[in-house]
Design a protein around this ligand. Structure first.
Ligand SMILES: NC(=O)c1ccc[n+]([C@@H]2O[C@H](COP(=O)([O-])OP(=O)(O)OC[C@H]3O[C@@H](n4cnc5c(N)ncnc54)[C@H](OP(=O)(O)O)[C@@H]3O)[C@@H](O)[C@H]2O)c1
Length: 359
């Protein structure tokens, strides 16, 4: 069995808490270090998250008494103690980029939830079931950074994980255009209803920067490796609207899609049912048995009923039907802090571990 020492940077935040909950029972990864900002440094983990622990499960006993370190000031010490780090910090883009590069240059691989490095062409942005071949660009990144084992890999934005997984098996029909409206949970903003009471009985039609990410990131996911870079795909054309809705967890997308070669509804459903990626083939610990599940019931998927499908790692789809303007429309849902953040991040790390990148 594989066994790696890991650090969690941003351990006190919403994604950090999820990472800790998942990692505390992980068969391969053992939490060695917790780090956050100078505000939390020096406190025990229990003190640092006092009043803001937002998970249903209690704080794992194994981390309660660990002293939180300063992610910036203690970077060298942290990097020397672990095989790699998970990173989920709420800092500005330039500072996040600098922090992640610092760890990579300290020869400590970084499994990132943050957006700062997503646009860098030699930083792989991985949805493990979709584009594992992009991991190979790491050798070009290491050459740029001058490292032997240090590198950065990112997961994509949580919003696109509600609809890109459903579209991916259909790419062979030549998807020409996509329109997606996303209905995004408040945990995506690091909040719950106690900390964001204005969201009860409300909808906010704006999430800063989200539409740009939702339209651009799929093109990197579907891009090709070329001369040490990932070159973005030029199609499909994608347009989105991203709304914040009063749901605790689970991003839903209403999707419209057109094809060069229009498949039948049966073909689409069959492809969704059969789809397997490397995580399923390798039997990775966090891999859902079924990446995609189609519901025939007309009122599914529902955030409250279906977000925890396959421990929050499965994507649920429903309401596939013809459309008058596009070929088809459907609805899909994924858990934003599990599949869309911490769970997807852990699965990505499992894939790197399985392929020997941390050895
Ligand atoms: N929430 C989601 O669904 C979701 C999904 C995908 C991606 N993400 C991304 O994941 C990242 C974290 O999001 P979140 O929702 O977990 O945010 P959050 O709840 O606000 O937590 C932010 C974390 O960053 C730490 N931090 C802030 N300034 C820091 C600094 N100068 N040095 C080191 N650590 C610092 C905080 O530590 P203190 O407690 O000490 O302040 C805290 O641990 C963001 O980049 C976000 O875009 C979030």
């Amino acid at each position: 069995m594989k066994n790696y020492k890991v650090g969690v940077i941003g351990a006190t935040g919403m994604v950090g808490q999820r990472l800790i909950t998942l990692l505390s029972e992980h068969p391969w990864f053992h939490i060695e270090v917790l780090a956050a900002s100078g505000r939390s440094a020096g406190k025990t983990y229990e003190e640092a998250v006092c009043g803001r622990w937002a998970m249903e499960a209690p704080i794992p006993d194994s981390v309660k008494e660990m002293t939180v370190l300063d992610a910036e000031k203690d970077a060298e010490g942290i990097a020397s103690l672990v095989d790699f780090v998970f990173c989920a910090v709420n800092m500005d883009k330039a500072a996040t980029k600098e922090l992640e590069e610092k760890y990579a240059k300290l020869e400590c691989p970084v499994m990132s939830n943050n957006s700062a490095n997503r646009g860098v062409s030699d930083v792989p942005m991985i949805i493990p079931e979709i584009n594992p071949e992009h991991m190979e660009v790491v050798s070009a990144q290491k050459a740029r950074l001058g490292t032997k084992r240090g590198f950065i890999s990112v997961k994509s934005n949580c919003s696109i994980q509600s609809y890109v997984p459903a579209l991916h098996p259909l790419m062979k029909f030549g998807i020409t255009k996509v329109l997606a409206c996303t209905y995004q949970a408040i945990s995506g903003a690091g909040k719950n209803f106690d900390r964001w009471p204005e969201m009860v009985d409300n909808l906010i039609p704006y999430i800063g920067g989200e539409e740009e990410k939702s339209e651009n990131e799929p093109l990197k996911i579907w891009g090709k490796l070329q001369d040490g870079k990932i070159v973005n795909a030029s199609a499909p054309a994608i347009t989105t609207q991203c709304l914040r809705v009063p749901v605790s967890d689970g991003h839903t997308a209403a999707v419209f899609v057109s094809f060069e070669n229009k498949p039948s509804e049966e073909e689409i459903k069959e492809l969704w049912k059969e789809y397997k990626g490397e995580p399923q083939l390798l039997g990775l610990p966090s891999a859902p048995e079924h990446f995609l599940t189609y519901f025939e019931e007309p009122d599914r998927p529902q955030a409250k009923l279906d977000r925890n499908l396959e421990k929050g790692m499965g994507v649920s789809i429903g309401r596939l039907r013809p459309d008058s303007q596009y070929d088809y429309k459907f609805v899909s849902l994924s858990h934003n802090t599990l599949r869309g953040a911490a769970g997807g991040n852990v699965l990505m790390a499992e894939l790197y571990a399985a392929k020997g990148y941390f050895d």
